[in-house]
Design a protein around this ligand. Structure first.
Ligand SMILES: Cc1cn([C@H]2C[C@H](O)[C@@H](COP(=O)(O)OP(=O)(O)O[C@H]3O[C@H](C)C(=O)[C@H](O)[C@H]3O)O2)c(=O)[nH]c1=O
Length: 190
């Protein structure tokens, strides 16, 4: 496996070793010891899987508050997504900055989104299956979001009129969002 930095140094792209043969391929989609060897020793506790039927679905931008914050290891099983992480750690030198990476069933790439970052993706295909590990359990009471097209974030989504959940249509702007992450104080979280 190879691990690459992104413009946000804590957000990593992981390219697993893929063993191709005449039958298809095999890859280790997660290996605790190898990940730890790359400084990615997270204790994941929950696996999530979402299917988006149409292209141009945006899910996000989501995060969980403070003690319930989740690190996410995201990958695409079928289709492709434009996957986005946003630094929402107050005091961070890259606060409000975002990075976008295309993850697909073809490139096998994964994105590691640490605690302190909001996460969202836009589907680039129909029938897009996304699977991701998180290192903290879902907490509905602590689930928060930021508006996908916040003009300050100015994320370069590949769509201008996406398919959104009712919830995501009404998310607050970053400036109004309830955020508990302090860059210094939360350094241990990352
Ligand atoms: C996230 C989650 C949701 N749910 C329930 C709550 C709702 O009744 C239903 C759909 O949830 P939601 O509309 O928040 O699903 P997405 O819009 O795909 O949200 C996810 O998409 C973005 C990209 C993320 O990074 C988050 O992991 C997550 O927020 O599943 C659960 O029961 N457990 C969970 O862990």
């Amino acid at each position: 496996m190879n691990v690459f930095d992104t413009e946000l140094k804590e957000v990593k792209v992981i390219e697993p070793t893929v063993f191709q043969d005449h039958r298809g391929f095999f890859m280790e989609s997660y290996h605790a010891k190898k990940f730890k060897g790359h400084g990615l020793g997270y204790d994941f506790v929950q696996d999530n899987h979402s299917l988006s039927l149409e292209k141009n679905v945006i899910r996000g931008l989501h995060y969980q508050l403070g003690p319930y914050a989740q690190t996410k290891l995201v990958r695409v099983i079928t289709g492709a997504i434009f996957d986005v992480a946003v630094d929402i750690r107050k005091g961070s030198p890259t606060y409000g900055k975002w990075v976008g990476v295309t993850l697909s069933a073809k490139n096998h790439r994964m994105l590691l989104v640490p605690k302190g970052f909001a996460h969202g993706f836009c589907t680039l295909t129909v029938n897009t299956h996304v699977q991701y590990k998180v290192d903290a359990y879902y907490s509905a009471e602590n689930d928060r979001g930021i508006l996908w097209n916040d003009p300050v974030l100015s994320i370069d989504w590949p769509v201008s009129a996406p398919i959104l959940s009712d919830k995501d249509q009404k998310q607050p702007l970053l400036k109004d969002a309830e955020i508990h992450f302090q860059y210094k104080a939360d350094a241990a979280l990352l």
